[in-house]
Design a protein around this ligand. Structure first.
Ligand code: HEM
Length: 260
């Protein structure tokens, strides 16, 4: 008994030492990074603090503190705006993959697409995802517009967001049309020839519009480069800005419109 007593106290003091160093470690760690600091107001669970956390965090701020019951019902929006946005993200991811294998010149474009489909792992799958995704995005944006119209959500205070929406529709159509030329096959070549000829009939500026679109008097390598830059850089850049304004306006206009 007498022999074991000091050992127990040794064990106890070891345990205390271990705990103290753990505590010191965690304090040292906390002085470098305090997990609660992500939320700025800490994360004590009270209704007031929950609102603070949401309003002060850039990530949580994307979501409103409160939503109306009908707005989260899939049967009201059919999630068509969300689907359009998802398809845009899908187009961006698959489009970046395609960019690794595609060169926008008349001599290389078609061959690159052919090689992509036949020799690159998942090439055919990703190309088809990009193509079908584009068709689906045009469809879902149209259906979203029809849903908004059916619910009268274009009326005040949402008329500005309707106008932003019209711009988004046009940008979606332009993205689809510019992408159509890139495979540089017969279908693409003649579709763009017909399309730009039609635009040539624009009153007053017709021939200038056609010249700017083609990058010359007839379709060729310059047209391909022009449409490629529009398709992968300029139009996506502009559409992202319009989307940001669109989503911001949904929040500022008091969330999703009420049921009919
Ligand atoms: C790239 C295209 C578009 C995207 C990604 C998009 C995205 C969205 C999203 C996520 C919402 C939230 C509610 C919902 O999902 O229905 C919304 C609402 C809205 N969108 Fe779009 N949209 C697009 C095109 C359009 C078009 C073409 C129009 C009309 C011309 C439009 C007009 C509106 C309006 C007015 C609202 C508010 C609806 C309400 O309060 O019920 N949007 N949009």
């Amino acid at each position: 008994m007498a022999k074991t007593a000091p050992r127990r106290s040794e064990q106890l003091s070891d345990k205390v030492g271990e705990l103290t160093s753990k505590l010191q470690d965690s304090q040292a760690w906390n002085s470098i990074f305090r997990p609660g600091s992500i939320f700025r107001k800490g994360y004590t669970d009270s209704p007031r603090n929950r609102s603070y956390v949401i309003m002060n965090s850039v990530l949580y701020h994307l979501h409103p503190v409160k939503v109306k019951r009908h707005a989260v019902k899939v049967s009201y929006t059919l999630c068509l705006g969300g689907l359009s946005f998802f398809l845009f993200i899908l187009e961006t991811v698959t489009g970046i993959f395609l960019m690794f294998f595609y060169r926008p010149t008349a001599a290389q474009a078609w061959d690159d697409i052919y090689t992509l489909q036949t020799a690159v792992a998942f090439g055919l799958l990703v190309r088809n995802m990009h193509r079908w995704g584009a068709h689906l995005m045009v469809l879902s944006v149209f259906l979203h517009m029809a849903r908004v119209f059916y619910h009268g959500a274009y009326k005040p205070p949402r008329e500005f967001n309707w106008v932003i929406g019209v711009m988004l529709l046009q940008l979606t159509l332009l993205l689809s049309f510019t992408g159509y030329l890139l495979p540089w096959d017969q279908l693409a070549l003649w579709a763009v020839t017909v399309g730009t000829n039609m635009m040539g009939y624009t009153p007053v500026f017709g021939s200038q519009v056609r010249f700017v679109l083609l990058g010359g008097f007839e379709i060729g390598s310059d047209t391909l480069l022009r449409w490629y830059v529009l398709h992968v850089l300029m139009l996506p850049f502009v559409i992202v800005i319009f989307m940001a304004v669109h989503f911001w306006r949904v929040r500022k206009d008091g969330g999703i419109s009420g049921p009919l």
